[in-house]
Design a protein around this ligand. Structure first.
Ligand SMILES: [Zn+2]
Length: 227
């Protein structure tokens, strides 16, 4: 039996690598006639629907955790992703955009929910990429609705992307430290169109000089730096 890494129930579902709603926003309706192509383990796979298993992580989670438990997180992420995709042309143009109107809920809550969506995606990615990482802290945050102290995200202006018709996740880069070794740093990218979203696990506050302005629910600023 597959066990849900979040709650320990039987796991029967999988999380999308790039969220289905983000794929639809970028590529429209995906069918047999207008499929998507993805590369996995050096092989090209054809997606005839955004629900294709090739679009999902191999890590499994239970139906409850993938729906009821995380629905609010998923919805907030879709609102942020739509907003970023609509504004993708000004990314890297030295503008700071007001983000007060992104979410249908309160801004602070919206950022917390986006953060928790990324905690879920990060957990699935860690399992997929076989990173030796204790996920109990991530699971606790998803179940309690509380932010993880060490997880940050940002739109990374250092990465320049040119293709609007693109979506991907990068491999995770990890640094382990101590004896026994423990992951103290892990980062990867969630890319939608020309928007490179950096996700960072960093024990202690990440220095701005290295990582730029990272977003965390405890930092209550009503704007996102896009450049
Ligand atoms: Zn579960």
């Amino acid at each position: 039996m597959n066990i849900c890494w979040i709650c320990g129930r039987e796991a029967t579902t999988r999380e999308h690598r790039v969220k289905a709603s983000d794929l639809r926003s970028i590529f429209g309706v995906v069918t047999q006639q207008s499929p998507l192509y993805t590369k996995q383990d050096g092989t090209v796979k054809i997606l005839q629907s955004v629900k294709s298993n090739f679009a999902k992580y191999s890590a499994k989670i239970c139906h409850h955790c993938n729906t009821t438990q995380t629905q609010k997180y998923d919805e907030a992420w879709s609102e942020l992703a739509d907003y970023l995709l609509k504004n993708q042309s000004i990314i890297g143009s030295c503008k700071t955009i007001n983000a007060g109107k992104i979410f249908s809920c309160d801004f602070k809550q919206g950022i917390l929910y986006c953060h928790l969506y990324l905690v879920k995606a990060f957990g699935c990615k860690i399992i997929d990429d076989k990173v030796p990482f204790d996920l109990s802290g991530f699971a606790e945050c998803i179940l309690s609705g509380k932010a993880h102290p060490d997880l940050y995200f940002s739109v990374d202006n250092k990465i320049k992307l040119n293709n609007k018709n693109y979506a991907a996740t990068s491999p995770i880069q990890v640094i382990q430290y101590g004896c026994p070794k423990k992951v103290v740093y892990a980062t990867w990218y969630y890319i939608i169109g020309k928007v490179p979203i950096k996700i960072l696990y960093y024990v202690n506050t990440p220095p701005i000089s290295v990582h730029g302005h990272m977003i965390h629910p405890r930092i209550g600023k009503k704007f996102l730096r896009l450049a």
